[in-house]
Design a protein around this ligand. Structure first.
Ligand SMILES: Nc1nc2c(c(=O)[nH]1)N[C@H]1C(S)=C(S)[C@@H](COP(=O)(O)OP(=O)(O)OC[C@H]3O[C@@H](n4cnc5c(N)ncnc54)[C@H](O)[C@@H]3O)O[C@H]1N2
Ligand code: MOO
Length: 401
């Protein structure tokens, strides 16, 4: 059995091909991974401009309230840069280029204008409402790194530099297969002993959210030959193959044997609960991740092991996440010899954020997974009392970020 870190390190350094690049319109590139480091080509703002509708003033110290002679007009988009001397002003609208020689802008609510004479209600505050060239961003600043996934809130910043499109990595194709003779397709009535296939839609949704193009490989019964045939076909269709179920020790668990007939299993079993029967290997040269059948075990091994691997295949440079430690609302216990990941909710108690594990911690209990905010990481054979701080992993970060 491998430690979680052993497999994580192995997967993090395992070569994984990214499937080429493509140009995508900037607004559609959110969620995609940049192939290039993008630097600001010019400063922001690119020219001094007004932050208010008002009057740009060139001060005359002996006459702080004016009058200032109105000598020009500038709206946003004005191509010409005016120039003023002490005692003069220019009518400016928000975004208009500021005249050379001005020391500040007074909003129109704070002036009186009589003919071409502008009177201030109070003395000019130097630099007021001036957006100076380069004050937000200098040319050459990094806006997006190669291997960084573009977030929607970065799109506007890239647009300020005129980028119409972004070169991104193509999405790798991730195929998801379910195994188990007890599984019934969604939408069909259940016969006695049957259950619906919960893992396949769950894993397809998670893989898509991780940035992959997903391929539904369907379902196979507990049959070695059918499993082998389906995996062989999948290797021709996908960049990475993921299966769930059939990875444990029962006589109906054929996945490992089928993979070994077509390639190899390099790692089997990870010392976490849920999730023990995780397997990693190759099917005809394509990376293969065999997840446990129990739905929570499948989801958690996906989040901890498969997702970072898929993100690398998307071209993403993995950032290390800062752990978060929160106090326990109630004690927790892990008597198992494997580290346990408990589903938990966030609570507020006496103004303090804390966590409370759900009662339902079975490897098949999806209801508490669907509701949970965090996973608590509890070392093997450990009891943690209420109030103690516990290492937490936010499910939003693990599954969506
Ligand atoms: N004697 C032992 N038995 C088991 C061990 C063990 O070490 N020794 N490990 C247990 C652990 S831990 C897990 S986790 C499970 C996982 O086994 P498999 O990966 O082989 O999964 P299956 O046996 O095929 O299924 C387990 C369970 O999950 C249900 N299942 C499977 N696929 C789906 C699906 N797509 N959607 C919904 N539910 C699914 C299946 O019906 C079973 O109930 O093995 C333990 N046993
Ligand atoms: O590793 Mo299993 O997921 O404990 O039931």
């Amino acid at each position: 059995m491998h430690s979680l870190e052993d497999i994580q390190h192995f997967l993090a350094s395992h070569p994984v091909a990214t499937p080429g690049t493509e140009q995508v319109a900037l607004h559609l590139a959110a969620g995609r991974v940049s192939t290039q480091t993008i630097k600001a080509a010019h400063e922001l703002p690119d020219f001094d401009n007004s932050a208010m509708d008002g009057y740009a003033i060139a001060m005359r110290p002996e006459q702080p309230l004016g009058p200032f002679r109105l000598v020009g007009y500038a709206a946003a988009g004005a191509g010409e840069r005016l120039q003023i001397a002490a005692g003069e002003s220019v009518r400016v609208l928000t975004g208009a280029p500021l005249p050379l020689g001005c020391q500040g802008v007074v909003p129109q609510e704070q002036v009186k204008v009589e003919g071409d004479q502008v009177h201030l209600d109070s003395p000019l505050c130097y630099g007021a409402h001036m957006r100076l060239r380069g004050s937000e961003l200098s040319a050459g600043s990094v806006l997006l790194y190669r291997g960084e996934r573009l977030r929607p809130l970065q799109v506007g910043l890239l647009a300020t530099q005129g980028h119409a499109a972004l070169e991104v990595y193509r999405r790798p194709v991730i195929g998801v297969l379910s195994t188990g003779s007890e599984l019934q397709a969604l939408g069909q009535p259940l016969a006695p002993g049957q259950i619906y296939d919960a893992n396949r839609p769950q894993l397809l949704a998670l893989a898509a959210r991780a940035g992959a193009e997903v391929l539904d490989l369907g379902w196979v019964p507990d049959d070695l030959e059918v499993t082998r045939e389906r995996l062989q076909a999948a290797a021709g269709q996908c960049d990475i193959i993921i299966s769930s179920g059939g990875a444990s020790v029962g006589e109906a668990d054929h996945v490992r044997t089928a993979v070994e007939a077509l390639g190899a299993i390099s790692h089997w079993q990870v010392a976490i609960k849920p999730g023990k029967p995780f397997a990693f290997g190759h099917v005809q040269g394509k990376p293969f991740l065999g997840l446990p059948g129990n739905p929570v075990a499948a989801a958690i091994t996906f989040l901890l092991l498969a997702r970072p691997f898929i993100q690398r295949a998307c071209g993403e440079t993995m950032r290390s996440r800062l752990p978060c430690y929160l106090p326990l609302a109630e004690s927790v216990e892990n008597m198992a010899s494997r580290r346990q990941f408990l589903r938990a909710r966030l609570l507020e108690q006496e103004g303090q954020r804390c966590v409370q594990a759900y009662e339902q911690q079975g490897s098949a209990a999806l209801a508490s997974l669907a509701e949970a905010d965090v996973l608590l990481e509890i070392p093997e054979r450990t009891r943690l009392a209420a109030g103690m701080r516990v290492r937490c992993h936010h499910l939003f970060e693990l599954a969506y970020a």
